[in-house]
Structure formats: structure tokens, C-alpha cells
Design a protein around this ligand. Structure first.
Ligand code: NAD
Length: 238
């Protein structure tokens, strides 16, 4: 049985905070190469300096994923820096807005679609062919339990997270013949700044490192084993 994963190259979006930060740091600390991207340039610069001080193989680019041209620049830069090889793409960056449908605005709609959906689409569209040529790869889309179920007040967020699972299904089917897997991870509350106002204490939430563990588990599965959705529920509720 395989117990060790060889060193790989990953691209992680939303790597400056929360889940993405835990995933990027965790992969780097295990000796993997990570291209990090986030919206906050100064935070990203500090993280890259810290990582390089530790001898980690980190690189990155600040990017606003709501802007199509910036996503395209990110794709060009990341593929060049990673020398055209990408073993894992983590489409993690995301934003949320909650409120009744009357409280949402068309501007919120555009923003959530751009960040939560168009950016993963553009990144997957560019990187799946690279993985197909490699004949291996893993695309991880961070959806949510709100991508499995919708509630009053979750319309825009749920809409994007349901759709991300739709994208996942097609990527999985198109990549599978080439050894490329795509998975949607659907967690309940994870202790990150995104849910700082949630009515659940942080200590009772899923930890960001649990998403790292899930990705490592997925990466270590044998070639034929795959899962479209991984649902991570919280003990005691959503
Ligand atoms: P977070 O707010 O801590 O981090 C979000 C990250 O996304 C940051 O790095 C930020 O820079 C990046 N980002 C946001 N907008 C961006 C933009 N326009 N351009 C570039 N980067 C941008 O949130 P988190 O909880 O770590 O969320 C990560 C993902 O997990 C999201 O997709 C979120 O929907 C999903 N998720 C979170 C929870 C939770 O309870 N925290 C539960 C289920 C799913």
C-alpha cells in the first residue's frame, strides 16, 4: 500500500486567509511546491517572505479573481512559474452574502458569480488540459453544504455553490479518461474569518486543517478511486 505522496506542484486560490491559507501552508510544510494567490497583496507578500525564510517552495501573485483579465494573468504566471506542471488545483477562493432575495442586489449577484464560479471555470478550463497531458491531476473545488441544500437567506451563495458542483461533475467526467480527478468538498461551518459572525463557537467548527487533510487523502487514493462530492459535516449541525 502506498503511504507516501511524492512531491507535487499545487495552485491554491484564496491562499491568504482561512481554508486556503491552511491548505497552502500545510502543503508547503510537507515539501510540496505551492503557487499561492489571494486578493490581499501585502498579506501575500508577507506570507511568501515567511515561507521562503523557512525554505518552503512558495511563489505567488496577488489577483482579484472577480476580474477576468486578472484571472488570465494569474493562469499565465502560475503555469510559467510552475514550469507547465500542475498536480493540484484548489479552487478555494470564495465570498458569501446572506439575506432575503429582496435584500440581495444585482451587483452582489455579479460579484458572487465572478468570484465563486467564473474564476474556477476559467482556471479549470486552462488547467484541465495541462493535467490531461500529464495524465494525472486533481482539481478540488471548495463548495459547501450550502451547495447541497438551500435555506432562506442563502440564495446567491447557494446558487454559486450548487453550480460549482455542476462544474465538478463535468470536469470529473471529462478528466477521468486521462487520469484527472475532480472533487467538490462541501463543508459545514469552518473556523475562518468568512463566518466570524456565525452563531456557533469557533471551537465547535470544522478546522481549516481538516480541508488540508481531506485533500491529502484524496491525493493519496489509488488511480481508480474517486469521489464527486466529499461532504464534511460538523458534529452537532451544519
Ligand atoms: P476567508 O474569507 O477566510 O478566505 C477567502 C479567501 O478568498 C481569501 O484568501 C481572499 O483573498 C480570497 N478572495 C475573496 N475574494 C477574492 C477575489 N475577488 N479575488 C481573489 N481572491 C479572493 O474564507 P474561507 O472560509 O477560508 O473560504 C474559503 C472557501 O471555503 C470559500 O469558497 C467558501 O465559500 C468556502 N466555504 C467556507 C466555509 C466556512 O464556514 N468558512 C464553509 C463552506 C465552504
Amino acid at each position: 500500500m502506498k503511504t507516501e505522496t511524492a512531491s507535487f506542484r499545487a495552485l491554491v486560490t484564496g491562499a491568504t486567509s482561512g481554508i486556503g491559507l491552511a491548505v497552502a501552508k500545510g502543503l508547503l510544510s510537507l515539501g510540496h511546491t505551492v503557487f499561492m494567490t489571494g486578493r490581499n497583496g501585502p498579506v501575500l507578500d508577507r506570507l511568501l517572505l515567511e515561507a521562503n525564510d523557512r525554505g518552503w517552495k512558495a511563489s505567488g501573485l496577488a489577483c482579484d479573481l472577480s476580474r477576468r483579465e486578472e484571472v488570465e494573468r494569474l493562469i499565465d504566471t502560475a503555469t510559467e512559474v510552475l514550469s507547465g506542471r500542475i498536480d493540484i488545483l484548489v479552487n478555494n477562493a470564495g465570498i458569501a452574502t446572506f439575506g432575503s432575495i429582496e435584500e440581495t442586489t444585482p451587483e452582489d449577484f455579479e460579484r458572487l458569480i465572478a468570484v465563486n464560479l467564473r474564476a474556477p471555470y476559467l482556471l479549470s478550463r486552462a488547467i484541465l488540459p495541462i493535467m490531461k497531458r500529464q495524465r494525472e491531476g486533481l482539481i478540488v473545488n471548495i463548495s459547501s453544504v450550502a451547495g447541497l441544500e438551500a435555506w432562506a437567506g442563502s440564495s446567491l451563495y447557494s446558487m454559486t455553490k450548487f453550480a460549482l458542483r455542476g462544474l465538478t461533475g463535468s470536469l470529473l467526467a471529462e478528466g477521468a479518461p486521462f487520469g484527472v480527478k475532480t472533487v467538490a468538498i462541501c463543508p459545514g461551518y469552518v473556523a475562518t474569518p468568512l463566518v466570524s459572525g456565525a452563531p456557533v463557537p469557533e471551537t465547535e467548527m470544522i478546522q481549516p486543517e481538516d480541508i488540508l487533510r481531506t485533500i491529502l487523502y484524496l491525493k493519496d487514493l489509488s488511480p481508480a478511486a474517486v469521489s464527486g462530492d466529499i461532504v464534511l459535516k460538523r458534529l452537532g449541525g451544519l
